[in-house]
Design a protein around this ligand. Structure first.
Ligand code: FAD
Length: 453
C-alpha cells in the first residue's frame, strides 16, 4: 500500500516505522523544516541546541523504548538516580528517594524517609491514596468527572501534600494546576508510582531528543525506503462522493494521492483541515472538545556551574515547574569547546502554568526566571548569564480536564481511508512521547487490518 502520513512528530514517525517495516510505501509530509514536533530541537547560530521542551523518558515507556531499540538508539539515553528532587530556596533540596526494595516497599520506605512531607502528610497520604494504589482502569475512568484537588480532598489527604508534592507533578504532567487537571491521570500515575518500581525511573537523552531519538528514527525510515518531505503543509482534502479522500492538497499546491491517509497532526491543527462533510460524524465533532495547554521552555546559559545535580528537578512557587541542568544530564550535547557554555550550566526549564506568559515579552519572563534561579541556586548569583532563549507553545498537549477523556478518538475514523494518530488519540497513556508512540503503533495495525493486510 501507499500511505501518506501528515506530521513528523513522534506519532507520525512511529507509524512510519511500523509501516515501512511491513514493506509498505510511506511518505511523510511535515509543515516545518525540522522534524520531531513538540520534541524538535534545532541549532542556533552559536551551535547551541534549542529545544521545544525538556523531555524525560520514563521506565514505563515500553513502546517508545522498543522503537528506540529498533532504530539503533537504545544507548542514546541515560538513567538517573531514582528520586524526586525539589529545589528549595537558598540551595536546599528536599528529596523523595525510592528505597532499593520491591514495590510497594520501595515507595513506603522512601516516603517515610522523605523530608518533603510531615508525619501527618505521610499518614494522610497512605490512607488517602489507597484507592488509587489498589484501583483498576475502570475505577480510574469512573473518577474522570472531578479534578484532582477535589479527589485528593475527598479522600482526606492533607492540603500540604497537595501543594508540596502533587502540584508539581500535575504541572509536570500536563502543565496545568491540580484544581484544573482531572483526577483520572493523576491517580493512574499513583498506581504506577506505588506499584511498579521500574516504571517511574527517569532517563535523559544523551545529546537531546532531536539528535538522540528523532534523527535515528528519520534515518531508519529512509533506509527502508520511506520518503520524508519538510516544508510540506497539509492544507485540505478533496473528497470522493462517498466522503473518502480522493487526494490531499498541500499549501504549496502539490496534490498527494495514496491508498490511505494518516493525520499525525496535533488536535488543534486537525480541526483546521477537516472537510465540512465529515462534521456530520460525532467522531470528528468530538475533536472540538480538546483545548491545548499553553507551555513555554526557557534555556539559560551560564559561564560556570550553578548546580551539581545531574537529574530532573521540581520546584514550587516559581515560574518553572520542572527543570534540569542539561549540561550535566545530557553530556553528549556539551563537548568542550563547543557552543556557548564552555563548562557552564545550561538550565532548561519548563514554565507552567503558562497562560499568563504567552503575551509577556521574553525579556520580562527571562528576568522573572533568573530572579527565581538566583533564589534557588546561590552559586548563580556570581555567575554571568551568557545567553537565554524562550520557546512558547500556546497549544501544546491537550488539557486533561474532567470529562474530556471520553472524547479521545480511536485511530480508525468513519472515513474508510482516513486515520488519526497523535498523543491525544485513544491509548492508555496521557499525552506524552509514549502516548504518541503507542498511537503510531495502533494506527498502523488498525489501518492494515481495515485493508485486510
Ligand atoms: C515543553 C514540553 C515538555 C514535554 N515533556 C515531556 C516529557 O518529559 N516526557 C514526555 O513523554 N512527553 C513530554 N512532552 C509531551 C510530548 O512532547 C508530546 O506528547 C509528543 O511529543 C506529541 O507527539 P505527537 O506526534 O502526537 O504531536 P507533535 O509532536 O505535535 O507532532 C505533530 C507534527 O505535525 C506537524 N503539523 C502540524 N500541522 C501540520 C500540517 N498542516 N501539515 C503537516 N504537518 C503539520 C507539526 O509541525 C508537528 O511536527 C512535553 C511537551 C512539551 C511541549
Amino acid at each position: 500500500m501507499k500511505i501518506a502520513i501528515f506530521g513528523a512528530g513522534v506519532a507520525g514517525l512511529s507509524a512510519a516505522i511500523e509501516l515501512v517495516d511491513r514493506g509498505h510505501t510511506v511518505e511523510i509530509y511535515e509543515k516545518r523544516k525540522v522534524l520531531g514536533g513538540k520534541v524538535s530541537v534545532w541549532k542556533d547560530s552559536d551551535g547551541d541546541s534549542i529545544e521545544s521542551g525538556l523531555h524525560i523518558v520514563f521506565g514505563g515507556y515500553t513502546q517508545l523504548q522498543q522503537y528506540l531499540k529498533r532504530v539503533g538508539a537504545e544507548d542514546n539515553y541515560q538513567w538517573k538516580e531514582h528520586s524526586l528532587i525539589y529545589a528549595e530556596p537558598d540551595g536546599k533540596q528536599s528529596v523523595f528517594r525510592k528505597a532499593n526494595l520491591p514495590s510497594p516497599w520501595a515507595e513506603v520506605v522512601g516516603g517515610m524517609q522523605t523530608d518533603i512531607l510531615s508525619i501527618w502528610d505521610k499518614f494522610s497520604l497512605v490512607k488517602g491514596l489507597y484507592p488509587a494504589i489498589t484501583g483498576n482502569e475502570e475505577y480510574f475512568r469512573s473518577q474522570d468527572y472531578m479534578t484532582y484537588s477535589e479527589w485528593h480532598r475527598s479522600k482526606g489527604a492533607s492540603e500540604h501534600s497537595l501543594q508540596r508534592l502533587w502540584r508539581a507533578i500535575s504541572l509536570a504532567m500536563n502543565f496545568i494546576e491540580p484544581n484544573v487537571i482531572s483526577a483520572r491521570p493523576m491517580i493512574t500515575i499513583f498506581k504506577y508510582f506505588g506499584t511498579d518500581h521500574a516504571s517511574t525511573k527517569f532517563a535523559f537523552f544523551r545529546k537531546n531528543p532531536g539528535e538522540s531519538m528523532i534523527e535515528p528514527m528519520r534515518q531508519y525510515i529512509q533506509s527502508k525506503g520511506g520518503r520524508i518531505f519538510v516544508d510540506a503543509k497539509l492544507k485540505s482534502f478533496e473528497l470522493n462522493s462517498d466522503e473518502t479522500i480522493q487526494h490531499a492538497q498541500l499549501q504549496d499546491g502539490h496534490k498527494i494521492e495514496a491508498d490511505a491517509y494518516i493525520s499525525a497532526l496535533p488536535v488543534h491543527n486537525v480541526k483546521k483541515i477537516l472537510p465540512t462533510e465529515w462534521l456530520a460524524h460525532k467522531y470528528f465533532r468530538n475533536l472540538f472538545e480538546f483545548v491545548g495547554s499553553p507551555v513555554a521552555n526557557c534555556q539559560l546559559w551560564f559561564d560556570r556551574k550553578i548546580t551539581d545535580t545531574d537529574n530532573l528537578m521540581f520546584s514550587q512557587g516559581t515560574t518553572f515547574a520542572t527543570f534540569a541542568d542539561v549540561s550535566l544530564t545530557c553530556p553528549g550535547d556539551f563537548q568542550k569547546g563547543m557552543g556557548t557554555a564552555d563548562g557552564g550550566s545550561v538550565m532548561s526549564l519548563v514554565l507552567a502554568p503558562a497562560h499568563q506568559l504567552m503575551d509577556m515579552p521574553n525579556e520580562v519572563i527571562t528576568r522573572l526566571v533568573l530572579k527565581e534561579i538566583h533564589e534557588r541556586f546561590p552559586l548563580s548569583r556570581q555567575a554571568t548569564l551568557l545567553k537565554s532563549t524562550i520557546v512558547k507553545i500556546p497549544q501544546s498537549v491537550y488539557k486533561a480536564v474532567p470529562d474530556v477523556d471520553q472524547f479521545r478518538p480511536d485511530q480508525i475514523s468513519p472515513v474508510k481511508n482516513f486515520f488519526l494518530a497523535g498523543d491525544y488519540t485513544y491509548q492508555r497513556y496521557l499525552a506524552s512521547m509514549e502516548g504518541a508512540a503507542l498511537s503510531g503503533k495502533q494506527v498502523a495495525e488498525k489501518l492494515l487490518s481495515r485493508f485486510g493486510n
